[in-house]
Design a protein around this ligand. Structure first.
Ligand SMILES: O=C(O)c1ccccc1N[C@@H]1O[C@H](COP(=O)(O)O)[C@@H](O)[C@H]1O
Length: 219
């Protein structure tokens, strides 16, 4: 396959400062994620995310990330932040995820039984999902940990766009893309100096490596 006609989408996640959002847009991010997961060190209040949303450049999406948040919290975020995509990392079911009138992606924790299922079962469990995100965490643990999983475990034959996440950084993203050909990649810790604080040079190198993989001719 010739990858030069394909552009891997880039989502940078876990922002807490409007200046970092501006820089990420300038560097070429397609989507910016705001984390509302209760236990996350990157968690922001809806008002903070709303302020950062105003720092977004045109044609860059705002994504709101949740992990078993109460329905009222999700509603409040949707109302205040107006995200174009929701990302669910907990045990939410399809009815919950689709109930906000905003497209959603469901994170599939690669440390759980869900990851072992046939893709048809994953689709049946989340028929309304716009896509899936394969991440390294297991039951009871959070994403955003910087841990990598074995990419060969991604179920073959997923019919919807999928994103790859979990411990990605400028040093491994080229191999990750060539090895899995994801629709998009999602990174949090790999572009930070500390949780929630983004590092401009790490973001720049990450984008550069994604573009290098996109231009790579596959055998
Ligand atoms: O970023 C967080 O704090 C977070 C909290 C709870 C669930 C998911 C979270 N982040 C997402 O986890 C993956 C992997 O992140 P990392 O690159 O390994 O740090 C990614 O999808 C983040 O958006």
């Amino acid at each position: 396959m010739n990858k030069t006609l394909f552009r891997t989408r880039i989502k940078f996640c876990g922002f807490t400062r409007p200046g970092d959002v501006r820089l990420a847009c300038e560097l070429g991010a397609d989507a910016i994620g705001f984390v509302f997961a209760p236990e996350s060190p990157r968690r922001v209040a809806p008002e903070e995310a709303r302020a950062m949303r105003h720092a977004l450049a045109p044609l860059v999406d705002a994504v709101a990330l949740f992990m078993d948040n109460p329905v009222d919290e999700v509603r409040e975020v949707v109302k205040q932040v107006r995200p174009s995509l929701l990302q669910f990392h907990g045990s939410e079911d399809d009815a919950f995820c689709r109930g906000f009138g905003v497209p959603y992606v469901k994170a599939i924790p690669m440390g759980t039984e869900l990851a072992e299922q046939h893709p048809a079962n994953i689709h049946m469990r989340y028929p309304s999902a716009a896509g899936f995100l394969f991440d390294s965490h297991s039951v009871g643990t959070q994403g955003g940990s910087g841990e990598v999983f074995d990419w060969s475990r991604i179920p073959a034959g997923v019919q919807k766009p999928f994103m790859l996440a979990g411990g990605l950084h400028a040093g491994n993203i080229f191999d990750a893309i060539i090895g899995t050909l994801p629709w998009g990649v999602d990174v949090s810790s790999g572009i930070e100096s500390e949780p929630g604080l983004k590092d401009g040079e790490k973001m720049r190198r990450f984008v550069e490596e994604v573009r290098r993989a996109d231009c790579h001719q596959l055998e």
